[in-house]
Design a protein around this ligand. Sequence first.
Ligand code: IMP
Ligand code: MG
Length: 176
Amino acid sequence: MPLRILLTEAQIQARIKELGAQIDADYPNGALHLVCILKGAYVFLADLARSIKRDAYVEFMGISSYGKGKTSSGEVKVTKDLDHSVEGANVLIVEDIVDSGVTLTYLMQVLHQRKPKSVRIAALLDKPERRLRPVEVSYVGFKIPDEFVVGYGLDYGEKYRNLRDVCVLEEGAGPG
Ligand code: IMP
Ligand code: MG
């Protein structure tokens, strides 16, 4: 398999415990509304939500920007909207990876229009070298180099989401 482990399951789990503790410490009392960005963040959401000790609500939002390849189409759209209002809520966006920042910049705009009390971002991975739009990410799991990664929710052509580690997909590999 043309996959190279970048972050092991144990490293990921240890870091998510730290993030959960930090989130618990940062927020005042009251519920947190976690907004999971489908599909890539579903595994991270499951672990992060369980590492947070306060009351948490879980919502899902679908955003598409990438199509089937490794590069962004540059076009962002909401493919599945929230089921409930987040007006007056402390919202934490849960995302798999920040790359160009285009997706999250757009999403922050959309969510601010819903009049939440606060909106912050938690991203498991950050590729700072690729940033085109500045975006403030309050909770970052790992900063990684500019390599295409899969596993732990992240895909290439919908494949590899169920891997327990985050792996680099080496050049020459295809989704088939
Ligand atoms: P951005 O708008 O360029 O920041 O793109 C963010 C989205 O692109 C993420 O939510 C991922 O779905 C996808 N993405 C970016 N880099 C990778 C990668 O290395 N592997 C898998 N998906 C990625
Ligand atoms: Mg995504």
